[in-house]
Design a protein around this ligand. Structure first.
Ligand SMILES: [Fe+2]
Ligand SMILES: [Fe+2]
Length: 397
């Protein structure tokens, strides 16, 4: 395998890192990319008020997911576990132990490349990995790289050095970015989910009131709770919720908030779900105690209320979005169906369901409930009693 190793402070990980990593990944035809936030940079201390190493690790993991490379990108905590100053030569040696037979490439921006000869053990670094240096802006071109490349070849004649200018690279100064975050800006230079995590955890001097977030800030915060692959679904649900709310006269603002937060605990495992149920006093019936899929609606509603201060209408719309129940409110129906038919959904019958929703909300709801009941029967799974009650209720009307 050809593996890229991208270390750095990632304070915070921004679009400059992401665009460069993606370009190197493609140009060098890498099979894997390792992101390795350092515990403590060797040359200068982290600025005051920086997040903890573990928070930077989490932000880096989130930024890495935004590359859309799935399991080809991994964020490693090896420098955090080693602690102390992070020297690249030691990190590469540790990666070499993990991947003894693979080809390693060390990624770095121009400023790092131009000082590489002054790092600790540069010869060892170049023996362990090829160097992939990228310009921090489109004006960092060959003339800038050439002299340094010659110097490094003299130090280490067997070095492999690859330099590139990344088209469309985003030149971001982390210092400027931290300053603008503290002043309420900065979102432009960050992947939305990373920006959301910064707001959510009040990092870099941001101090958003999570209980009174405008939609343009609630959206990235909501995305920061999701697995990367679920982001299109939640954004699609928001769009569908707007459409259904307008069509049937529900509150559009509430519908959007419910849609953005409806799956906010979906990625949690069973033990984390049950811990939330205990914390929020959520009672589980026999079926729910074993059905992970059913729990996220309840824990998601609890988080939406506790952390984001949503009102009861939004709370119940999230609470019932998986099962439905008898005599649903308008907003509950909108949320249930927006989740079901949003534009990225593709399952047999989805177009018929969309048409029914467009014709009459209750007709769509009944069709959706019956499709769920049928699917559960087909899979040999039990149907939740609330779903059966919802269906009976609609039949009775
Ligand atoms: Fe859900
Ligand atoms: Fe969903």
């Amino acid at each position: 395998m050809r593996i890229g190793v991208y270390g750095g402070t990632f304070n915070p990980p921004h679009l400059g890192h992401i665009t460069a990593a993606r370009a190197v990944f493609e140009l060098l035809k890498l099979d894997k990319l390792l992101l390795i936030p350092d515990s403590q940079p060797p040359h200068k201390p982290l600025p005051k008020g920086s997040p903890t190493a573990h928070q930077r690790l989490e932000l880096t993991r989130l930024a890495g997911e935004q590359l859309g490379l799935e399991e080809k990108v991994e964020t490693l905590d090896i420098e955090l576990r080693r602690g102390g100053r992070s020297y690249t030569a030691d990190t590469l040696a540790a990666v070499r132990e993990l991947y003894p037979d693979d080809e390693l490439w060390l990624l770095m921006g121009t400023d790092m490349f131009l000082t590489l000869h002054t790092w600790r053990e540069p010869e060892r670094i170049m023996a362990l990995a090829g160097i992939a240096a990228f310009g921090r802006s489109e004006t960092d071109t060959e003339e800038l790289f050439a002299v340094q490349r010659e110097l490094l070849y003299r130090m280490c004649p067997t070095a492999r050095i690859f330099t590139l200018t990344v088209p469309g690279v985003v030149d971001v100064s982390s210092t400027d970015l931290r300053d603008s975050l503290a002043k309420g800006g900065g979102s432009y230079y960050l992947a939305p989910a990373v920006y959301g995590a910064i707001l959510r955890d009040k990092l870099y001097g941001t101090d958003a009131d999570l209980k009174a977030l405008p939609l343009e800030k609630l959206r990235p915060v909501a995305l920061s709770f999701l697995k990367h692959k679920r982001i299109p679904h939640v954004l699609g649900a928001e769009q569908e919720a707007i459409r259904l709310a307008l069509r049937y006269g529900a509150d559009v603002g509430r519908a959007r908030v419910a849609a953005l937060l409806h799956d906010c605990t979906k990625k949690l495992e069973m033990d984390e779900q049950t811990a939330l149920c205990r914390r929020y006093g959520i009672q589980l019936d026999e079926l729910e105690q074993h059905a992970l899929k059913l729990l996220h609606a309840k824990t998601g509603a609890a988080i939406a209320r506790d952390i984001f201060g949503v009102d009861d209408e939004i709370y119940t719309a999230i609470f019932w979005h998986t099962t439905g129940h008898a005599n649903m409110t308008l907003l509950e129906k909108v949320m249930y169906l927006a989740d079901y038919i949003e534009p990225t959904r593709s399952f047999p019958g989805v177009d018929e369901l969309r048409a029914a929703c467009n014709e009459d909300l209750d007709k769509g709801l009944r069709m959706g409930l019956e499709m769920t009941i049928q699917e559960m029967h087909d899979r040999g799974n039990p149907v939740h009693s609330a779903t059966l009650e919802a269906d009976e209720y609609l039949k009775g009307n």
